[in-house]
Design a protein around this ligand. Structure first.
Ligand code: EPU
Length: 298
């Protein structure tokens, strides 16, 4: 299907093993385009062949179903997508660049703004797409512009004033993010680094970072105007007595109830079953219908 294209493509790849849950099935194709032109050729071929394509970031917020993906998974891990450069107070990063490296590099440059993203495993593209963040801030707050590719292979930039970032989402409809420009504030490197470490330590103390998980499984319930903020998903699941609840190899973390951790021989189905049990239990107990934060393929 891709043989006449000069693109690095692996076949029948254990995709689940590449996610942070370390569970789930295989992908028919895993492609590593070398540059934008190859990426365009690749998605044109997928469209022609009616083969769905998926862009995989760090796999840190992703659950691949056990049946796997009958499609083409694309990783933007070639140097043409994995770069960072600075221009004045701006950091310009390719979609494949590691978010944690970006946070540390900006801190070392004495540029302030991305501290809130400390300790979030992601690529820049994934973080922009999901508006990754937490209690201290999110990815969208410092975005100056985002370069994207449409499903027909056209590339263009969205400027700050066209972009809307809200809780764990953005209004970017194009399937591929190519690059993000972050507008940062000049600061003192030691001070920025101190805050990065502080936020990372908070996470390390409250989250099971050493175990296999995809971070928070559910979004926090939305706030409604003029009402007191609802409890967080973590505390709702905790209060429902679900810490330690397990099905097969999937378990509600005892450290942070909104994390599902996976053990040896865990199946994606186990994770989905735990999620469903959690959702129903919390719904019955509190009337709140938790929405999944983790992305499920296909
Ligand atoms: N809580 C419990 N029991 C628990 C976990 C939490 O009672 O098992 C309580 C805490 O005591 C606290 C409240 O719930 O009062 C909120 O907990 P936390 O500070 O851990 O924040 P969170 O709302 O659960 C959010 C993000 C995290 C992010 C942290 C820190 C969501 C769904 N989660 O968690 O993001 O790391 O803030 O910034 O927005 C992720 O998106 O994957 C993720 C882990």
């Amino acid at each position: 299907m891709f043989d006449d294209l000069n693109i690095t493509i692996e076949r029948d790849v254990a995709l689940g093993a590449m996610t942070w849950y370390k569970v789930g099935g295989r992908a028919a194709f895993l492609a590593h385009p070398a540059d934008v032109e190859q990426l365009q050729q690749l998605i044109a071929r997928c469209r022609q062949q009616k083969l769905p394509f998926y862009i995989m970031g760090a796999g840190a917020n992703l659950l691949v179903r056990d049946a796997g993906i009958d499609g083409c998974v694309i990783r933007l891990d070639a140097p043409a997508f994995d770069y960072l450069r600075f221009e004045d107070n701006r950091a310009i990063a390719g979609a494949g660049f590691d978010l944690m490296k970006l946070v540390l590099a900006t801190a070392r440059e004495g540029l302030s703004g991305l501290q809130a993203l400390a300790g979030i495993p992601a690529t820049v593209g994934g973080a922009v797409r999901m508006n990754a963040g937490g209690a201290y801030g999110d990815t969208g707050s410092n975005i100056r512009s985002v370069r994207v590719m449409s499903d027909t292979g056209q590339t263009y930039a969205h400027d700050r004033n066209e972009l809307v970032f809200s809780y764990r989402r953005s209004n970017i409809v194009e399937p591929i993010i190519l690059e993000a420009v972050f507008e940062l504030e000049p600061g003192e490197a030691p001070e920025v680094m101190r805050r990065v470490k502080e936020i990372f330590l908070y996470k390390r103390n409250t989250q099971p970072l050493g175990e296999n998980s995809a971070g928070c499984a559910f979004k926090n319930p939305p706030r409604r105007e003029e009402e007191p903020p609802p409890p967080s998903a973590g505390s709702l699941i905790d209060q429902a007595g679900l810490k330690g609840f397990c099905i097969g190899g999937a378990e509600v973390s005892r450290k942070h109830a909104n994390f599902i951790v996976t053990h040896d021989n865990c199946k994606a189905d186990d994770v989905l079953a735990v999620m469903e049990h959690v959702r129903q239990t919390v719904l019955q107990r509190s009337g709140l219908n938790l929405q999944r934060e983790v992305v499920v393929w296909p």
